[in-house]
Design a protein around this ligand. Structure first.
Ligand SMILES: Nc1ncnc2c1ncn2[C@@H]1O[C@H](COP(=O)(O)OP(=O)(O)OP(=O)(O)O)[C@@H](O)[C@H]1O
Ligand SMILES: [Mg+2]
Length: 383
């Protein structure tokens, strides 16, 4: 799965966005730069929600929340939200997401003919619809409410609707967003976004709401997610793979040992140990003649973050996916900002990564052609 091109004509701060992520570039890692407020996070969240939430009823409220920021001009009936081209390994799939708007009197039931009139056709998938009372009119001493219904639709370049739906379902399991939890997520309910800027009231707080969203969005990862839990999950998955191999071939596989080796490589002068009952991990730090035992909470912010990205990729066995990462470099020393490119390439090379970033060091680990920019562009001045 490879995100080839994304076009966003007009969504919140994004204007006339048209970015191509070349399929034949190696590694498949594309930094996305702009100055603060350029719209990088908005773009990653828009792509993620459209591709992750369009098939599953439980996830559609997230689309609705996001669409609160999408205005269709009064004189228009429809407006394009985003055009996304994806290489599925054999073909280019073109997805055109657009919103269609119409007004009716509240309580009116539309018949089939009217439904056809409002744009239902066989190569179009209806993603979701929501309505809002936008006015009233009076007749025979009665007030009638006007409902404006906005429908999000997706038009495919493949006229076979069944195949198109299967593709949307597949891509929803191959798209991931990793971001700091301090980020404002546009797909959370608008009122809950405000909580990030106020003291918690009535037990409500932004992080609780984010946690509940995360349980419904398996593709969403926040870097502060407890790495230990993910590490234990990856150890268990490796143990099970080894055991399955023993059943199939008569000898145990080496997934568990490979995982330990990879982790020790990542940890530098520390060695990881798993409790025998899989209840936790600790680290041995070899310092001259001394061996010090450390626990996850003793690791530095940057060490924990790097470990948690590794553990997330391994525990979810994320392969052949599109991974959108926001502010991946936060907490990393410039050397590690550079290093994260080869880390991702090594840890899970079949994925495509799009990294919203402010880091010149990270960009320098790739060719200039890998680096995509949106306005206002970066303006590094050499002294
Ligand atoms: N409805 C809107 N119309 C126009 N601009 C908007 C709208 N809503 C938000 N914005 C602007 O969009 C920008 C938010 O973009 P976003 O957070 O995606 O930027 P970013 O590139 O991720 O920035 P940073 O590098 O600081 O994280 C802000 O400057 C905000 O003022
Ligand atoms: Mg941002």
């Amino acid at each position: 799965m490879h995100l080839l091109r994304v076009q966003v004509p007009d969504f919140r701060g994004l204007k006339d966005i048209d970015i191509t992520f070349e399929k034949d570039f190696f590694p498949k890692i594309f930094p996305l730069g702009s100055q603060n407020g350029g719209g990088k996070s908005t773009l990653l969240q828009l792509i993620f929600v459209l591709l992750h939430c369009s098939v599953d009823e439980d996830k559609k409220p997230f689309l609705e929340n996001l669409l609160q920021g999408f205005k269709i001009h009064e004189r228009d009936e429809e407006k394009i939200l985003a055009i996304i081209d994806i290489w599925d390994g054999e073909n280019i799939v073109n997805l055109k997401f657009y919103c269609y708007k119409y007004s009716i009197e509240a309580g009116t039931e539309l018949d089939d003919e009217e439904m056809n009139h409002i744009g239902i056709s066989k190569e179009i998938i209806d993603v979701c619809s929501f309505s809002k009372v936008t006015g009233t009119f009076s007749q025979y001493d009665h007030d009638y409410e006007i409902l404006t219904i906005t429908e999000l639709k997706c038009r495919f370049n493949n006229p076979n609707k069944e195949q198109a739906e299967l593709f949307l379902d597949k891509v929803s399991r191959k798209i991931f967003l990793a971001a700091p939890s301090t980020q404002v997520f546009l797909f959370l309910p608008p009122d809950s976004r405000k909580l990030l800027f106020s003291n918690s009231r009535n037990g409500d707080n932004y992080y609780g709401i984010l946690e509940s969203a995360r349980s419904k969005l398996p593709g969403l990862f926040t870097y502060d997610f407890l790495a230990v839990e993910l590490l234990i999950k990856s150890f268990k998955a490796a143990r099970d793979r080894d055991f399955r191999e023993a059943i199939q071939t008569g000898s145990y596989g080496n997934s568990y040992q490979t995982l330990i080796n990879d982790l020790n490589l990542l940890l530098g002068n520390k060695r990881i140990n798993l409790n025998e009952d899989f209840s936790g991990v600790n680290f041995k730090l070899y310092n001259n003649d001394e061996t010090i035992e450390l626990y996850p909470e003793d690791l530095s912010h940057g060490e924990l973050k790097r470990l948690s990205i590794f553990a997330w990729l391994k525990s979810h066995n994320i392969k052949d996916a599109i991974i959108l990462m926001d502010e991946v470099e936060i907490a990393f020393h410039p050397d590690w900002q550079y290093q994260i490119i080869s880390d991702l390439k090594e840890w899970a090379p079949s994925n495509q990564y799009i990294l919203a970033t402010h880091s010149y060091e990270l960009c320098q680990a790739l060719t200039p052609a890998h680096v995509k920019e949106i306005e206002p562009k970066l303006i590094k001045q050499e002294s």
